[in-house]
Design a protein. Structure first.
Length: 203
C-alpha cells in the first residue's frame, strides 16, 4: 500500500488555485489507487516552527523533526502546493523544508529521500515563464528544483497554473483566456501525474 504525503501552504483555505489543483491530484490518486494512504499537512493552518539551534543540533533526534522526517521518508510520493508569495515560496513551506532537510539522514545522494517522486503545484498570479518580463523574479521553481533535487535527491515535477489573478484584476483582463487555458492544463496535468504515480505503485 503506497503512501502519498500531501502538503498545502496557501494562506487562504478557499479560492486557492494551488489547493484546488492539489485536491484534484489527490482525488485522482484515491480513485486510481484506493488502497493507498494519504498523509496530509496544512502548513498554513498548522505551521511548523522555524528551525532553532537546539533542533538543528539534535537533528532527527528532535521530536518534531523526527516526526516530520518520518512522514517524508515513509512517503512513496510527495505532493506540495507552493503558491508564489512575493516572488518566493510561503515561509511556512520554507520552515518545513528546514525541519526535514537533515544531512546524513534525508539529505545527500544516499539520503533516505533519494529517488522519491515529488510533484509541486507552483501557482502564481502572473507569469514568470522564460521570455516574460518578470522571468528573473521566479524564485519558486528555481529554488525548489535546486533544494529538492540537489539536497534531497528527489525526482521532481512541476505543475504551474499561472495568471491566477487575471479574473480579479482589470488590468489583466486581456490575459483571461491564457489564464483559463493554464488552469485547465494544470488540472489535466495533476490528474495525469496522479494516475501515473498510482499505477507505478500499484504495480
Amino acid at each position: 500500500m503506497a503512501t502519498l504525503l500531501h502538503l498545502d501552504s496557501a494562506v487562504f483555505p478557499q479560492g486557492s488555485t494551488s489547493r484546488e489543483v492539489t485536491a484534484a491530484f489527490v482525488a485522482e490518486w484515491r480513485e486510481q489507487h484506493p488502497g493507498g494512504q494519504v498523509v496530509y499537512r496544512d502548513l498554513a493552518a498548522n505551521p511548523v516552527p522555524h528551525l532553532d539551534a537546539s533542533a538543528a543540533a539534535a537533528g532527527s533526534e528532535d521530536a518534531l523533526r523526527g516526526e516530520l522526517t518520518a512522514e517524508l521518508v515513509g512517503a512513496d510520493a510527495v505532493l506540495i502546493g507552493a503558491p508564489m508569495y512575493n516572488f518566493s515560496i510561503p515561509s511556512t513551506l520554507k520552515a518545513w523544508l528546514d525541519q526535514v532537510i537533515i544531512v546524513g539522514h534525508t539529505a545527500g545522494p544516499e539520503g533516505a529521500v533519494a529517488g522519491t517522486p515529488i510533484t509541486v503545484v507552483a501557482s502564481r498570479g502572473g507569469s514568470y515563464a522564460p521570455g516574460t518580463p518578470r522571468e528573473g523574479f521566479e524564485f519558486v521553481q528555481n529554488y525548489l528544483e535546486k533544494v529538492l533535487t540537489g539536497m534531497l535527491g528527489a525526482e521532481v515535477d512541476f505543475i504551474v497554473p499561472e495568471l491566477t489573478l487575471a479574473h480579479s484584476k482589470p488590468e489583466m483582463a486581456e490575459l483571461i483566456p491564457l489564464a483559463d487555458a493554464s488552469r485547465t492544463q494544470a488540472f489535466a496535468d495533476a490528474a495525469a501525474k496522479a494516475k501515473t504515480l498510482a499505477a507505478r505503485f500499484a504495480a
